[in-house]
Write a protein that binds this ligand. Structure first.
Ligand SMILES: C[S@@+](CC[C@H](N)C(=O)[O-])C[C@H]1O[C@@H](n2cnc3c(N)ncnc32)[C@H](O)[C@@H]1O
Length: 273
């Protein structure tokens, strides 16, 4: 049966934006084309291809994994089920990092738990003079991050391993950034929505949500230069606990930054000089 795009869109149970994204993928066209050509007849093979993607979405698979990419800080990043789907919230971490190295020439930067590489690659592209190193304990994630760096033309070094346990050298970084797993392992959200499809090790530390943050804050003084800055992303209710971790570790100028909803989502601190 022949169907126009308009009829196919009207018949789809998906929200209009998601249906558009899937049709863009199937037809290989931009969104404006879909709108201008919605009276065109669709080939049966294209309708079948759309229905396959639609069924995956209806089964709950995140749209970013179906499409294989997601925008972050104005750039398009490859994503696979091996990595966390980039969140707009993480742009706050990048902004905090960029401010921290604003006055440092050729800064040495470390991104712990790089996943798809969004933070490290963005910092490297926004500050081409920076020497950026990115680590992860997932080889599959490092593979995705390396592809993103290559496609986007960012120069950085990658290390595999558990947080600082990757021969990083000591006291050399002007900036350490991290968006670690910080969801409490008992949080029911882990079994809902997109989170069901994302790597569990990228979401939760398997404990109270602060275990990896503790390890990152505790290890930072051995790797930061005097005056070096640590910026970490954390959950909406963790800012006070994370500030205490920073203070206990001897950081100065400890402060949390709020996202657009006014929630403290990133905490930073400076190593005394
Ligand atoms: C919340 S995801 C963040 C990914 C990416 N930085 C982002 O913002 O989208 C946390 C990342 O930390 C990595 N990770 C978890 N435990 C780790 C560990 N012990 N050592 C190094 N990386 C770890 C995970 O593999 C995952 O890629």
């Amino acid at each position: 049966m022949s169907l126009t795009l308009r009829e196919a869109l009207a018949a789809s149970p998906l929200p209009r934006l998601e249906a558009h994204l899937l049709w863009q993928r199937v037809l290989g066209v931009p969104r404006a084309w879909l709108i201008a050509h919605d009276a065109d007849s669709l080939e049966p093979a294209k309708i079948d291809a759309y229905r396959t993607l639609e069924a995956r979405r209806l089964a709950g698979e995140p749209i970013a994994y179906i499409l294989g990419h997601r925008e972050f800080f104005g750039r398009d990043f490859l994503v696979t089920p091996a990595v966390l789907i980039p969140r707009p919230d993480t742009e706050l971490l990048v902004e905090c990092g960029l401010r921290a190295i604003r006055d440092v020439r050729e800064p040495h930067v470390l991104d712990l738990g790089t996943g798809s590489g969004i933070v490290a690659v963005t910092l490297a592209l926004e500050r081409p003079d920076a020497r950026v190193r990115a680590t992860d304990q997932s080889a599959e994630a490092l593979d995705v991050a390396q592809k993103n760096a290559r496609v986007l033309g960012a120069k950085l070094l990658f290390s595999f391993g558990n947080w600082y346990d990757t021969e990083l050298g000591s006291k050399q970084f002007d900036l350490i950034v991290s968006n670690p797993p910080y969801i409490d392992a008992r949080d029911a959200h882990l079994g809902r929505g997109d989170l069901r499809f994302e790597p569990r090790d990228a979401l939760t530390d398997g404990a109270d949500g602060l275990r990896d943050l503790r390890e990152i804050v505790r290890g930072a003084p051995d790797h930061l230069s005097p005056g070096g800055i640590l910026c970490v992303e954390h959950g909406w209710d963790q800012a006070a606990a994370v500030r205490s971790l920073f203070l206990r570790q001897g950081f100065a100028d400890v402060a949390s930054e709020r996202d657009l909803s006014g929630i403290e989502r990133v905490t930073r601190g400076c190593m005394p000089t």
